[in-house]
Write a protein that binds this ligand. Structure first.
Ligand code: C5P
Length: 226
């Protein structure tokens, strides 16, 4: 039996569009580690609320939904991610801006965060975990082996998100997206529970103007130097 706290965790936190998801996936693949996309869990709570007609103001019902979330993560034949809620493929729905906005609303509720805590910690399995989110280094895995706070300028983050959505065939205006990102940053940074901020012992990594490969390599170099 392994002890969970002996399993290494690389925590990658940062604001929306900083590239955390992509970098976390690449790093996990390179190291052969498991991956936790914690934002997807908050998005799924918002989505389940929508599906079951629960108001985003009903904290208790939202916490119950978070607790009972019947989710499975996988990948299709091409290696692209797949997310299932009960028996429904919700991969595309989870990535919409609507689900992101809903996620940042439910994420302000302390009972929802509490309900997701153990579920997130259960991803810590050998040989290791790369965890991406807002509070991986500060709350969920305070003893993480390496904590990274990944940032990028607001303009660059909006541009990246725009490209990402366009590639998926979704049509969203850049201006609307910039406003959305600013709103989400504000909600995430100003909330009273687990606000978005670097852990005291986090290394700050600014990915503005850097390629995905370069940022991934920096993280891997840091891991190697531990
Ligand atoms: O990373 P992603 O854009 O999928 O996250 C969606 C929302 O979920 C964030 O804006 C944030 O409000 C919330 N979240 C959080 N804590 C995490 C991950 C995401 O509060 N660890």
């Amino acid at each position: 039996m392994h002890r969970r706290r002996d399993v290494p965790v690389i925590a990658i936190d940062g604001p929306s569009g900083s590239g955390k998801g992509t970098i976390a996936r690449r790093v996990a693949e390179a190291l052969g580690y498991h991956l936790l996309d914690s934002g997807a869990l908050y998005r799924l709570v918002a989505l389940s609320a929508q599906i079951s007609g629960v108001s985003l103001e009903n904290a208790q019902r939202l916490a119950e939904l978070a607790h009972d979330l019947d989710v499975s993560f996988g990948s299709d034949a091409r290696g692209d991610e797949q997310i299932w809620l009960a028996n429904e493929d919700v991969t595309a729905l989870v990535r919409t801006e609507d689900a992101g906005a809903g996620a940042s609303t439910v994420a302000q509720i302390s009972a929802v965060r509490q309900a997701l805590l153990e579920r997130q910690r259960a991803f810590r399995q050998p040989p290791g975990l790369v965890a991406d989110g807002r509070d991986m280094g500060t709350h969920v895995f305070p003893d993480a082996t390496l904590k990274i706070f990944l940032t990028a300028s607001a303009e660059e983050r909006a541009r990246r998100r725009h490209k990402q959505l366009k590639d998926k065939g979704l049509d969203v205006s850049l201006a609307a997206l910039s406003r959305d990102i600013e709103d989400r940053d504000r909600r995430d940074s100003e909330r009273s529970v687990a606000p978005l901020r670097p852990a005291k012992d986090a290394r700050i990594l600014d990915s503005s103007g850097q390629s995905i490969e370069a940022v991934t390599q920096t993280v891997l170099d840091w891991v190697a130097s531990l």
